[in-house]
Design a protein around this ligand. Structure first.
Ligand code: CDP
Ligand code: CDP
Length: 224
């Protein structure tokens, strides 16, 4: 079989990375978490004392920023140059500023090139916001994963509780809505459902139900 490409896009906390990771293990495909790449550039800006809206300085930072993934349990490890930043890129500060950094043209073209390179030499499940529309427009399967904003905020809330982080549900909901708005309204590659993407609504659905639905879609296509 030649390289196979699965694109999973959708708003924050729709379940993209959870579902993509399980499917990648099941199918022995490489999982590419493109959001982690945008988060890592955002963290690099922070570590270098660069303001998140300083497009020129962030542009210069790109050539000095190596991003590497390593397999890990329970989560894939993410490295910025040689530092493990797996936890740091999930901080509230990075989460609330990543959409600004991700709106810059040079950041997008640089990371899109890195993402395509991985997909050229591996069968991939790639999740993000613009995978089906821009990064892999010829992907074999495109999924657009959604869930109600209330359910997505609940999911983040539970994740925070499990990590011992105290947050307010309404604040989380507003943060998710603000990020979705920025991601859907930016000029370059905004979050949008590709015309040929299959819409999967995960509201009220368990992880197992969603995995089995998408696994069926993929297996049908592979055996076709
Ligand atoms: O996991 P979560 O939904 O919170 O977000 P993520 O996938 O880690 O992505 C973090 C941010 O990176 C998004 O809110 C977007 O601003 C940006 N992003 C993007 O612009 N394009 C992508 N392909 C992936 C993420
Ligand atoms: O990657 P994305 O931001 O789209 O979402 P995620 O980080 O994979 O999922 C956010 C949270 O929702 C995780 O804690 C998942 O375990 C949970 N989830 C769920 O409860 N039910 C689903 N059908 C999918 C995800």
């Amino acid at each position: 079989m030649t390289n196979f490409q699965v694109a999973i896009d959708g708003p924050a906390s729709a379940g993209k990375s959870t579902i993509a990771k399980i499917l990648a293990t099941k199918l022995n495909f490489v999982y590419v978490d493109t959001g982690a790449m945008y988060r890592t550039i955002t963290l690099a800006a922070k570590k270098n004392g660069i303001a998140y809206n300083d497009e020129e300085k962030i542009k210069k930072l790109l050539s000095q920023t190596k991003i590497r993934f390593e397999p890990g349990t329970p989560v894939q490890r993410v490295f910025l140059n040689d530092t493990d930043v797996t936890d740091e890129i999930r901080s509230a500060e990075v989460t609330n500023n990543v959409s600004v950094v991700a709106s810059f043209a040079d950041v997008r073209s640089n990371l899109v090139n890195r993402q395509r390179e991985i997909a050229n030499s591996n069968s991939v499940i790639m999740d993000g916001r613009d995978i089906g529309t821009t990064v892999l427009p010829e992907a074999d399967i495109k999924i657009f994963l959604v869930a109600s904003v209330d359910e997505r905020a609940q999911r983040r809330y539970k994740e925070n509780v499990a990590k011992g982080i105290t947050t307010d549900l309404e604040t989380l909901k507003h943060e998710i809505e603000a990020r979705d708005y920025k991601d859907s309204h930016r000029q370059i590659s905004p979050l949008t459902q590709a015309k040929d993407a299959i819409l999967v609504d995960t509201t009220g659905k368990s992880i197992d139900e969603v995995v089995s639905k998408i696994a069926n879609i993929i297996e049908n296509k592979i055996s076709f």
